[in-house]
Design a protein around this ligand. Structure first.
Ligand SMILES: Nc1nc2c(c(=O)[nH]1)N[C@H]1C(S)=C(S)[C@@H](COP(=O)(O)OP(=O)(O)OC[C@H]3O[C@@H](n4cnc5c(N)ncnc54)[C@H](O)[C@@H]3O)O[C@H]1N2
Ligand code: MOO
Length: 665
């Protein structure tokens, strides 16, 4: 079952050109900065991406070469990605059975195999649940079972744990390792996580700009990483981990830029979630709406609670309508909220309102429109029913929406309007949640004046406080404090100590550059757990971040407004969401087509504000000049999102697909 890969795929910027093998039963990890070609390789093996030269061979069968492209479903290659992509209309059992049928089993054998999988994973009780009713971890387990039930010769695992919380990721890692070993399946793992790589892989291959720059056992590569990226990834391992590397500073103040993902994962690893609180649903709306659940919640009672009417009309015995038109005696009325359960004899009915409980003797509802009053109007003792109704007509059955005890929501999910009202409807009276972290914004800069004030030469309106407070509010967090501080190192440090002791996070803008007046960076030199970094992004390179001795996390962002906004999106927002215990800390990326071309930032990920054009495809165009993004506060005003252009690309051409983050719906 050896996989031999020798492929070339041309891409904007550079070609992906690699050659490697995965021996039978072993797992190979691939690491490299985003855009280095890992996904291209995975997609080429899976058959989603064609190759232009070379050959991919699995157990002696050619999957692809310059002429042949075997379709994905004929490759015996499984794919497990960050999004489990379960079929939403199939329950857990049927999702797995689908995999087993793809692996060649007949329907009944596939169902039996799927049941075995569920039993082994301890998930029998969710067999009949559809993906929407499952937690992120359960969905990933079902996706793993579905992929392995197809008996692939090799499983491609692409960042599958990135959206899981720390514990769920640990459990999944152990399970994947166990199941790969049990089924003797080879695998390729793409991950930015040292923990994933150590737990799952035998060998490691390091990529840079489409080339393999290092290859060896995981231990060998981790002990002497050939590039900064892997070195920084290894540095995220706990200090007591047996793998040690030669000392070299990971975040230095010098010209030693670090990858976006590395900076972000280091910050995320420092996040301490805010303490959960139990809040009453009654009167608790302000605290609960937008908060994140710190517990799983099941329905306390069935929904609907009782069989009830879906329409205004008459609750009848359906047999009485068989001879319609038929006259029925109206013996009373059940309005919404009434607990009355009248006995109905043949030929009798009751008036009923939408939502009112159906009398036990009735089995259908006739809508008011389908009746004529024998005398005048709705208030009569006899009604003429003009239609036949089958049993069950217009009755909402107890439990048809949710059964008592059925999972409704999971820890890590945000209480949206829909979710909060659903939990209240299902009988929750209190909820254990994490509310917003408390955030302070600290502004420095001698040139800054309150907007509207007269300006003398050299002065500008202070706008970053509006920007930061607004971005916080758009992330669901009200900035509690905005402090302006004079450009003095001691005064700034004093503010940091005060704010750091009273908030969960402190954001600042300005003063992180290398200049003599860059007081924020200098004030933070007194903080041992805060480091100055240069991140390989444009804009937003210089930053300081970490934890203040006073307690709060600090994010000292660059003063240039667009640099500050970009840094907020890439680093601050994910950390604040992690503090709230959010399951998904990153905004999902979309693909858009460049409507015009622009110059990218060689050697750095370019994060350029864009406007979107809607049509058959999502299209985007820069909102600012690509050469001068960081200070273009004017053009930025129209931005609806950002395009993320990988470091290896120097030019985006009209028609190129780019990855985008969309901030405005
Ligand atoms: N010699 C070097 N100079 C600079 C470097 C460098 O590497 N070497 N890096 C450049 C980059 S990249 C950035 S980004 C900035 C970071 O600078 P600071 O964080 O120190 O920002 P300031 O100098 O304080 O301000 C930059 C810019 O933004 C305006 N600003 C600041 N605060 C506000 C505010 N609250 N409201 C509106 N506008 C604000 C400020 O007036 C400046 O124009 O450094 C580069 N320089
Ligand atoms: O990194 Mo600075 O943010 O380019 O302008």
């Amino acid at each position: 079952m050896t996989l031999k890969v020798n492929l070339q795929v041309p891409r904007t910027g550079f070609d992906v050109d690699v050659e490697f093998a995965v021996p039978a039963g072993s797992t190979l990890a691939m690491m490299g900065p985003s855009g280095s070609g890992k996904s291209t390789i995975v997609h080429a093996i899976a058959g989603i991406q064609k190759i232009t030269r070379g050959r991919i061979e699995l157990s002696g069968t050619v999957l692809a070469d310059a002429k042949l492209h075997r379709p994905p479903h004929l490759r015996e290659v499984g794919l497990l990605g960050q999004d489990p992509h379960l079929f939403p209309h199939l329950d857990a059992l049927k999702n797995i059975a689908f995999g087993a049928r793809a692996g060649g089993l007949e329907k009944s054998a596939a169902t039996a195999a799927a049941s075995e999988w569920l039993a082994r994973l301890g998930l029998e009780e969710i067999a009949s649940h559809r993906p929407e009713a499952l937690s992120g971890g359960q969905r990933q387990r079902i996706a793993l079972a579905r992929a392995l039930a197809a008996k692939p010769k090799i499983l491609l695992i692409d960042e599958p744990f990135a959206s899981l919380d720390v514990e769920a990721a640990m459990d999944m890692r152990a399970l994947v390792r166990e199941e790969l070993a049990r089924t003797a399946t080879s695998a390729i793992v793409v991950s930015h996580s040292a923990a994933d790589t150590l737990a799952l892989a035998d060998d490691l291959l390091v990529l840079e700009r489409g080339q393999i720059i290092q290859q060896g056992t995981v231990a060998e590569v981790f002990a002497a990483p050939a590039n900064r990226f892997v070195r920084a990834v290894v540095a995220t391992l706990p200090a007591q981990h047996p793998i040690s590397i030669q000392e070299e500073p990971i975040m230095s103040t010098g010209n030693d830029p670090i990858e976006l993902e590395v900076h972000r994962s280091r910050l995320l690893s420092q996040v301490v979630p805010v303490a959960p609180q139990r809040i009453a649903v009654a009167g608790g709306f302000t605290a609960l709406h937008g908060a994140v659940l710190a517990q799983d919640v099941a329905s306390a009672h069935p929904l609907p609670l009782w069989d009830n009417s879906a329409m205004d009309g008459y609750a009848v015995r359906s047999a009485d309508t068989a001879t319609a038109p038929a006259a029925l005696d109206v013996i009373g009325e059940v309005p919404a909220g009434s607990g009355w359960n009248p006995m109905l004899e043949a030929g009798q009915c009751v008036k009923i309102m939408t939502g009112a409980p159906i009398p036990s003797d009735a089995d259908a509802v006739v809508r008011i429109e389908d009746t004529s009053a024998a005398v005048d109007g709705w208030d009569v003792k006899t009604v003429q029913v003009n239609v036949q109704v089958p049993a069950g007509k217009d009755i909402r059955r107890s439990g048809e929406d949710k059964n008592a005890g059925e999972p409704m929501a999971y820890a890590g999910e945000e209480l949206t309007a829909a979710r909060l009202s659903a939990l209240a409807a299902a009988g929750s009276s209190t909820l254990q949640v994490r509310t917003m972290p408390k955030v302070a914004v600290l502004i420095t800069g001698a040139e800054l004046r309150t907007p509207g004030q007269a300006l003398t030469r050299g002065q500008i309106p202070e706008t970053n406080s509006l920007l930061m407070a607004g971005l916080l509010a758009e992330s669901g967090i009200q900035a509690t404090t905005v402090v302006h501080c004079v450009d003095d190192i001691e005064a700034v440090h004093e503010q940091l100590v005060i704010l750091g002791a009273t908030h969960d996070a402190v954001l600042s803008t300005g003063g992180v550059g290398p200049g003599a007046y860059d007081v924020m960076r200098q004030a933070l030199e007194a903080e041992p757990q805060v480091q100055a970094v240069r991140v390989k992004i444009r804009p937003g390179q210089p930053q300081c971040a970490g934890r203040l001795a006073a307690g709060a996390m600090v994010f000292a962002l660059p003063g240039n407004p667009v640099s500050a906004a970009v840094s907020f999106e890439l680093f601050v927002r994910p950390c604040l969401r992690a503090m709230q215990g959010h399951r998904d800390v990153l905004r999902p990326t979309l693909r858009a087509v460049a409507a015009v071309g622009w110059r990218a930032a060689a050697g750095r990920v370019q994060v350029i504000p864009v406007v979107f054009e809607h049509g058959e495809q999502l299209r985007c165009a820069p909102a600012v000049q690509a050469q001068s993004i960081s200070h273009s506060v004017g053009g930025f005003g129209a931005a609806q999102g950002y395009a993320l252009v990988p470091a290896g690309i120097t030019q985006v051409n009209p028609g190129d697909e780019v990855e985008v983050l969309r901030m405005v719906p």
